[in-house]
Design a protein around this ligand. Structure first.
Ligand code: CTP
Ligand code: MG
Length: 335
């Protein structure tokens, strides 16, 4: 497959490298923004520990995984030692506290699958989501951030793919398309499978980091500073990789039979997970294994209609990357 992709790649593809890097750079948040986020986090932590002294706040998601655009929301996990706590009640108490301190648009969704509290900070204008004891998200955020340290092309590819997905409206889980988290896993897996590989498979290496979250054991090699040269044998530019990513998802991926897996750095068959048969509403039209919660398919939100939309968008992007001399307008054209 890789050979086919190489020979098919357009000859002038590297002339697109600098413009793609410019798109990437235009999306990176400024350092001041990161500082503001940290300050907000410590202000919130003070408020929370006044009520619950043992509580701690941890960032997760795009504000901490190095794949966040500027002006993105921040996701916070409130860690409480008492795991039997009534999350709904706790969130409602937190609503009162935040309202009394003039936080804006404070809304709790205490009965959602993952109970969450949403609000806007009046000082910075930053929107926040807080959920309780979402330790798995904190750990998978670290995994993503660690992968980003290994080769700069991962962050570049993710930014381009997320920008495309947001422009084309295929980054909306409530509409049956994929989460940003799913797109990051697709990019990591794609770079693990290049030949020579651009990213290793950290979960297959010696364990240097390990944390158990409930009954899920999360362990992998996290000394990524030792892997900075891992991808140097592969000289592909961001332009070639964007081309290859869309080409893979448009024409090469076996949607019917294959699961992509960052945990193994490979793809394997759906039947080994029982994901080839429909159970209830879970159809597995596209299967992306969560690296730690391995029974979790991030494609489960995709239905009969949205898989068609998604595949049409992959094909549209692949065609643009193959044929347009200046793909930057069409690729990111708002849907
Ligand atoms: N997450 C998860 N399982 C999912 C979806 C999300 O564990 N099915 C966790 C991940 O830790 C992820 C975080 O929630 O990093 C936020 O998810 P998402 O909003 O999809 O990604 P962001 O990186 O925050 O992207 P965006 O910039 O679009 O907000
Ligand atoms: Mg987010």
């Amino acid at each position: 497959r890789n050979l086919k992709m190489k020979t098919l790649c357009r000859r002038d593809i590297n002339s697109l490298k600098d413009p793609f890097l410019a798109v990437f750079e235009s999306l990176i948040p400024a350092d001041e923004e990161k500082i503001k986020q940290k300050q907000l986090l410590s202000r919130l932590e003070k408020l929370v520990t006044q009520e619950w002294p043992e509580a701690r706040l941890h960032l997760y998601g795009s504000c901490d995984n190095s794949f966040g655009f500027s002006n993105s929301d921040i996701d916070i996990s409130l860690a409480m030692e008492n795991r039997d706590i009534d999350k709904g009640k706790l969130l409602l108490k937190l609503v009162d506290i935040l309202k009394s301190k003039n936080f804006q648009n404070v809304k709790a969704l205490p009965y959602a699958r993952i109970p969450v509290l949403k609000f806007v900070d009046p000082v910075t204008g930053i929107s926040c989501d807080i959920c309780i004891n979402n330790a798995l998200a904190v750990v998978n955020t670290k995994l993503l951030r660690d992968y980003a340290q290994i080769d700069a092309r991962l962050r570049q590819l993710v930014f381009i793919v997320k920008h495309w997905a947001k422009s084309r409206r295929v980054n909306e889980t409530y509409q049956g398309t994929l989460s940003s988290y799913a797109y990051v896993l697709m990019c990591i897996n794609f770079l693990q499978q290049r030949r020579p590989a651009i990213l290793p498979c950290l979960q297959r290496m010696e364990t240097t980091y390990s944390k158990s979250v409930g009954n899920v054991e999360c362990s992998y090699f996290d000394q990524v500073e030792k892997l900075r040269n891992f991808g140097v044998k592969n000289g592909e530019s961001i332009a070639q990789l964007v081309w290859g990513f869309f080409h893979y998802w448009a024409y090469c991926h076996d949607f019917e039979n294959d699961v992509i897996s960052v945990r193994t750095g490979a793809t394997f068959s759906k039947s080994s997970k029982g994901w080839n048969t429909r159970v209830g509403n879970d159809c597995h039209f596209i299967s992306i294994e969560d690296p730690f919660e391995v029974s979790h398919d991030l494609g489960r939100v995709v239905d009969k209609n949205s898989i068609r939309v998604l595949r049409e968008e992959f094909e549209r992007a692949a065609e643009i990357m193959q044929n347009d001399s200046s793909p930057f307008v069409t690729l990111f054209e708002n849907y």
